[in-house]
Design a protein around this ligand. Sequence first.
Ligand SMILES: [Zn+2]
Length: 225
Amino acid sequence: MTMMLEQERLQVAKTALAMLQTGLVVNTSGNVSIRVDDRIAITPSGLPYESLEARDIPVVDMQGNPLSGDLLPSSETPLHVSVYAANPSVKAIVHTHSVYATAVSTLVKELPAIHYQVVDLGGPVPVAPYQTFGSAELAKSVTDTMRGRTATLMQNHGSLTVGENVDQALARTITLEWLCRVYLIAVQSGTPSLIDDEELDRVLQQQIRLGEERQRRLNARGRRA
Ligand SMILES: [Zn+2]
């Protein structure tokens, strides 16, 4: 018998373990999901990430109703469903309570452009106003704040990043955590200088140019093979 979304469930389990091993989450905090059309594979609620197998990952529909799996889906399933519903191009979501992102979420309304890599997250990262975990209000707060962005901080809670695939969403979480760490160290030492919007546009153009060049080389390598 084939398992519904077996590959995606395996990827969710592997990503959850990677989040634990890289220190982005402790115990069972944080969650990860992958969307395929109108189905979502998401980490279960309160189960240790070390032992997760594909069959332990629940699959829900776009209303959060269970489709496959015996375990309770993450308490933040309404949050994931809401972000997917508002952003059709989003295929994966990573949410953590990582140390530096959570610390910054308590201090500012926006993580400013302290480094050009903020471009990877769509620019300065907004902070979604606090709401109770697992609530429809939190889902709305984050979804409203996310618009057009690939990352948001969640006030007194943590971080959320999205991607076209789960590796991209996880890479953005790692970038965001690193940026928050740099920011906190800088503000403890003085008033950091920031990068203005005009320069961020130049950085974006530079990255696009580099991305195209990289792809051309990869294609050339593929043709020779
Ligand atoms: Zn959370």
